[in-house]
Design a protein around this ligand. Structure first.
Ligand code: AMP
Length: 262
């Protein structure tokens, strides 16, 4: 299909409306859509949830078919990483910030698998959720540095009725943890309110947000950060386009959420 647009939606499966929103956006903007499902062992540290990560392959296939995906690429681990593969992609500096700081090696795993998937699929555009804002920044840097001929498209965060950002990991939450988890979105709404009222200083904003997070039982904050959305470096003042991002453990489940300052 010379000259036609090929859209690509990489996922780890356990698909929800967040994933499907990427597929719909790709569908609306491209001539053909490829989705992938691959739970990538390289981006999980020992002791993280690789083994118990939810796998719902049959249901995922049905959802993708209903959304009109043209091709599903669902390789197994041996196909992606044949015996003897030793080469990885490390996005220095930016890959060690935010989630990269809390989860050393995580973004090397992500960049490596996405680079390999880009080679396999050769998409014109690839669709990623803004929910994983740090991941998107790292991949933008990789695409620039390694001259990938693909346009990355960031897509809005899809939320549940109570504001919690949809995530395959929400399945891990008990009823009570689920209620505690709402504090992430509540805190981000509070920050949006503070910014709308004219507070721009990161120190004041972080202090306000941390107070709300710490007041919630059952939450352990990993980071609460106000950073440049491209470099992930802290900024002193929250301006248009600045990323306000939070990561917290609810029980043993690590959740992330964020917004871009309007
Ligand atoms: P994952 O399967 O968790 O690796 O996610 C695959 C893609 O879906 C990534 O680009 C995520 O950012 C995106 N995604 C996950 N959750 C959401 C959400 N709630 N809203 C929008 N995109 C999402």
């Amino acid at each position: 299909m010379r000259g036609s647009l090929l859209g690509f939606v990489p996922t780890m499966g356990a698909l929800h409306e967040g994933h499907l929103s990427l597929v719909r956006r790709a569908r609306s903007e491209c001539d053909a859509v490829v989705a992938s499902i691959f739970v990538n062992p390289l981006q999980f540290a020992p002791g993280e949830d690789f083994a118990k990560y939810p796998r719902t392959f049959e249901a995922d296939c049905r959802s993708l078919q209903m959304e009109g995906v043209d091709v599903l690429f669902a390789p197994d681990v041996a196909e992606m990483y044949p015996n003897g593969s030793v080469t990885t992609v490390t996005v220095s500096e930016i890959g060690d910030r935010l989630d990269g700081s809390s989860r050393p090696g995580h973004f090397t795993g992500v960049a490596t698998v996405v680079a390999k998937l880009f080679h396999a699929v050769a998409p014109t555009r690839a669709y990623f959720g803004q929910k994983d804002a740090a991941q998107l920044a790292v991949l933008q840097q990789m695409v620039r540095d390694l001259n990938f001929d693909v346009e990355l498209v960031g897509c809005v965060i899809v939320r549940d009725w109570d504001g919690l950002a949809l995530s395959s990991r929400n399945k891990y939450l008990s009823g009570i943890e689920r209620r505690h988890a709402r504090v992430l979105h509540r805190t981000l709404l509070q920050l949006q309110g503070m910014i709308a009222e004219g507070e721009r200083q990161s120190t004041a904003l972080v202090r306000g947000g941390m107070e709300t997070l710490k007041a919630e039982a059952g939450i352990r904050v990993d980071y609460f950060a106000i950073v440049d959305a491209n470099t992930l470096l802290p900024v002193t003042s929250a301006e248009t386009g600045t990323l306000v991002a939070v990561a917290a453990y609810v029980g043993s489940t690590r959740l992330i959420d964020n917004f871009l300052v309007a």
